[in-house]
Design a protein around this ligand. Sequence first.
Ligand code: ADP
Ligand code: MG
Length: 254
Amino acid sequence: MSTLEIRDLHVSIDDNEILKGVNLTINAGEKHALMGPNGTGKSTLSYVIAGHPDYEITQGDILLNGESILEMGADERSRAGIFLAFQYPVAIPGVSVANFLRTALNARMRAEDSESKGMPIPQFRRLLKAKMDLLKMDHKFAGRYLNEGFSGGEKKRAEILQMATLEPSMAILDETDSGLDIDALRIVSEGVNTLMGDSLGVLVITHYQRILNYIQPDFVHIMLDGKIVESGGGELAEHLEEHGYEIIREKHAA
Ligand code: ADP
Ligand code: MG
């Protein structure tokens, strides 16, 4: 069973402190939601967990199963089981969804074993079909060019299929994109709920309370100005929906 532990994390960009002591522990089997107004550092936290090189960690640690991952590169973290769904996925013209996923899987197999020839195509096809069936997706989707002309909902579908195929132990979904329509929210939520199990921990990052109606997190955390100022259950998100961030801001202003 996996655990991701963020300990007193301080992060700066260009000497500007963005995260000011974040503490958060996610166990496999748990769904966490991170909420907060724009500009508070939610996306920064997801990038830092995934290993984006632009951010400087000035204090604290990130541990996966008790071991620090700070010295690991982004690809190594991905192999260790950390998955970050990109907020703004890029289009790759001429590369089908299936090809992209097979390349990603094979790269991982090769990183684990340099002798690996990757997954044989028939086996990959079976795997992909099984994952698409699990997610109730049309098999035709695998033949589309990745993100080319995709609707918001289709981009999310590709993202969830990638998550299903790579089988991470910790998934971080940054859903701040205000362009997310209800359809896309539903796809992400149903996908997460389908893939959820004892071996997956999820952190959903969102500005809006509405995705939480679908995902129903076990834990909700509120971030203000680079710190998690409140943690609770689903009722915390409902409280936010009703009263907004202002009350929490006032409470924590000092
Ligand atoms: P959120 O996701 O909560 O809206 P972000 O993590 O995107 O917040 O941003 C937090 C703060 O860090 C903002 O003030 C933003 O301007 C700043 N920031 C984020 N990324 C960068 C970057 N690459 N360079 C400079 N400033 C950044
Ligand atoms: Mg963001």
